[in-house]
Design a protein around this ligand. Sequence first.
Ligand code: DXP
Ligand SMILES: NCC(=O)COP(=O)(O)O
Length: 258
Amino acid sequence: MNPLLNGADASPLCALSVNVNKVALLRNTRHLGIPSVTRAAALCLEAGAQGITVHPRPDARHIRESDVHELATLMAQWPQAEFNIEGNPTQNLMNLVRALRPHQATFVPDSEDQFTSDHGWTLPADAGRLAPLVAECRQLGVRVSLFMDPNPDAMLEAARLGADRVELYTEPYAAAHGGPEQAAQLQRYKMAAQAALAAGLGVNAGHDLNRTNLTDFLRAVPGVQEVSIGHALIADALELGYAETVREYLRCIARAVR
Ligand SMILES: CC(=O)[C@@H](O)[C@H](O)COP(=O)(O)O
Ligand SMILES: NCC(=O)COP(=O)(O)O
């Protein structure tokens, strides 16, 4: 029994896409090729993860273009799983999308030297330069997800751009989890998700999600189809191993619908 299928209606629950950036970060600190990025992805998929995510940044601080090509080859052996490549489409992302045609491209408005992703697109201001790139991805058969702050008013613009989904940037929620602002943050994300769904968009979520905050988020925010989780999951895997860690995150997702 697939732990992600809701027994009631057998509808698929939220998919878990493991971001393996941080495996590559550790690998890059020696010229030994370990830990292997592709082996990490394979072990996560074998344990039940529904996808793999990478964010090949222009400075190749972690995921390198060669990793992306090797992961695409691996993913071909997992037809039920999805490959999600994140990046700024005005930088290095589109060459990889054109060459590999992943299931999903997640457009992220990061600068080349940004420490980590910390904001979504500004719409409609960014729409003019994004629209042709969204259209190109769709012509290639690649789903487009736009990395967005939880602003309900921006969701219709995202839909007008032709995006298939938005990915809600969840760091503000994660930072508030367990504190007095948690409920207010969850309400923000609930409103943003409702606006996205009303505009015909799918809803993804990611950034700083972990075993502690994931279930609360999925219980409160409707229609989340995919969470992409990397930093905390890989940190957990250093203690528990990839397989048990993935199974624990899948349990966190399944608990959200009980
Ligand atoms: C877009 C986002 O929030 C993350 O997917 C991003 O991949 C994090 O990048 P780093 O792993 O380089 O912090
Ligand atoms: N899109 C979010 C992602 O892929 C991983 O973010 P994080 O869990 O490393 O913060």
